[in-house]
Design a binder for this molecule. Sequence first.
Ligand code: NAI
Length: 328
Amino acid sequence: MNILFYDAKAYDKLSFENALSAFPEISVEFVASDLDSRTAALAEGFDAVCAFVSSDASAGALRILHKKGVRLLLLRCAGFNNVDLEEAKKLGIRVMRVPGYSPEAVAEHAMALALACNRRLCKAYNKVRENDFSLNGLMGFNFYEKKAGIIGTGKIGAAMARICHGFGMKVMAYDVYQNPSLEGIVTYVTLEELLSESDLISLHCPLTDDTYHLINLDTIKKMKDGCILVNTSRGALVKTADLIEGIRMRKFAGVGLDVYEEETNNVFEDRSDEILEHSTTARLLSFPNVIITSHQGFFTREALSSIAETTLQNAMDYLQGRASQNDV
Ligand code: NAI
């Protein structure tokens, strides 16, 4: 089986080449371009393509892939909001993903962002490098005995809840389903209650029609003044223009984002002044209490090797005609 691997970075090649030795039936060719309706034609002669969160697997791209003979879309990520599933089904392209590779990797990064915001680590780092050892502007608050609000208690939210519990926080959660493994760790509350009481709010639900712009001016106004908001899930859970208004209203002690709405527009690839002037991400970066990382929550050694193994196992399940719980 022949797989075309889109948007390949050096670290992807390394982790997949390591894992490939256990899968002699599979060969992978790596290309730097990401999947979209222009690059889909590169898949001529391949049985499958491997794509990522940043890929554009909309109807147009899928139709071209199908024309080129591709019948399997291997997502090397958990989220699949960038895939037109209806079109894939219509075309008979099987879509498989890696639902959970290392929830702890993302949850630990969420806590890293929360701590960095709270304890002003970026500012502190810069000050000391400039030989300024004063503590002005660096005061934070204890997480111990404060309230954490986790929105979405699936694999990553549950890991984050356990981390917050370990910090001695009172952990509240909101989800459409309750996770029984969190009994004794988490108290489920309404979204309103969570927003109004939490000192730290961390988003771990998927992006769906129901959760699109879940954090907007309305919900921001319900939050406690001086809270910390962390989003490691998907950018469009937060309405960025409203977040900027909330920051201006001094609602937040800090905001930590690993994901942002403009992520798939490649705003920062074209650094023209005009684009940056209209970029909400660039505006967010102008606030000293905002920390943005570039979707690196998953980026640990353990997660990368687990992603490679599961993706190749998905390909084998397809090859051998097996149904899989990783089917989307
Ligand atoms: P999961 O499927 O295990 O958990 C999602 C939880 O959200 C479920 O418990 C579900 O019931 C809940 N949920 C669904 N709709 C909801 C709603 N309307 N309100 C509240 N809760 C709702 O997913 P997992 O593995 O925990 O991943 C969560 C998200 O994290 C993914 O959807 C993805 O967007 C993001 N992610 C980010 C990464 C990063 O590198 N920053 C890496 C991997 C995932």
